[in-house]
Ligand binder design. Sequence first.
Ligand SMILES: Cc1cc2nc3c(=O)[nH]c(=O)nc-3n(C[C@H](O)[C@H](O)[C@H](O)COP(=O)(O)O)c2cc1C
Length: 377
Amino acid sequence: MRAQLERDAESWGREWRTDWPAHVLDRYGIDLSTHFLGEPIPHPIGKGSGQLSLRVDQLEADADAGLAFAVLKTVIAEDERGEQSMGAWAIHETKMRVERRAALDGREGWTVTWKGRGWDRPFEEYLALIRAARDLAASRGILAVPSVKYHLPGADEPFRDAEYRFTTRALEDAWGRGPLLLEKDFSPTLAGDARSDERATVRRWLAEVPERIRAAARGPLRLGVKLMNARFDDAFQREMLADAGGADSLTVFNRLWDANAGVACGGWDLSDRNLRVLDGALRPRLPLSGTGNICSGRMIVEYARRGCSSVQLHTFFQLPLSAYPAAAGSRMARALHALVFDPRDGLVATLLELEEQGTLARRGGRLHFRDLCELVA
Ligand SMILES: Cc1cc2nc3c(=O)[nH]c(=O)nc-3n(C[C@H](O)[C@H](O)[C@H](O)COP(=O)(O)O)c2cc1C
């Protein structure tokens, strides 16, 4: 199988195909199927909310490459008059810099430096994107889920339910039939904001926001809460996991806040923190989706072994083309090629390695990615 993997890395690097999960099943007996927000998906790799999910053409390229799902850019909630209490997050900024970032221990990773925040175009255009994404999901099988930043009150303030109601119901109308799938973003810029200074305030948000969103919806809803990396210690970060128990799934954890530079950042410090927090946490009873410095199949496995049944990448889908081993194909195809077929650190290689070590066993002749989430790292 190792020799086969070397050959696949070569040939799939020259020519990529959308049906790559079927090949992985056929050649290696590895079943990558899993779930995100209660929906079955053919493999765990998705795209995190951000600048790479603003337009339909980006989603079409994702579908061509065989990405499992994408979370759309975060939109800022508004009421029926168009007022946004979180309007400071709807600022326009186009320039992104993909940069090297050294971790505290010196390991070189990648980060994207960007001063922007949420969706900065009219809400109507976001609704149009949801409708188009829904059509694409039906025709091409890529799941695309909206993301929202709702009003978050200060310590003694009430929630602005009008924003919750108007925004959630408009999303439901655009989404159409079936339960609305939705991610609620707690962002790094929020973690760096004065309103997150108080632990009690953050804990109140996590405890109350899921029920506010459910109360605002007219119909059924499956809610993912994307937790921020708060500026407090690991113990608090673990408490946040427990506080957000009203969600259907948790996305763990958004980028770090670099207070000196005044920007969000990623790299090895982000994955170190996320994995460490998950290691020490009581296993939450909710499904988890991992995010943060996932640049290899090996890192997907690290998150999976801490309970993440899917993963959401952003930075790795933005690297310079020279950083991917494949010489042809779209950026998304080249990224997936490295994540899956890299003979040393790809998903296939890492799963075969776990089998050799006796950590992961075949069932019915197959290795199942899903079984990883049951293992304790
Ligand atoms: C330029 C940029 C914009 C982002 N915008 C959002 C956003 O609007 N909403 C959100 O939930 N996460 C946002 N993220 C976070 C990503 O979805 C992802 O969770 C995070 O970057 C960690 O993954 P990574 O290390 O693979 O980049 C953004 C990230 C980047 C780099």
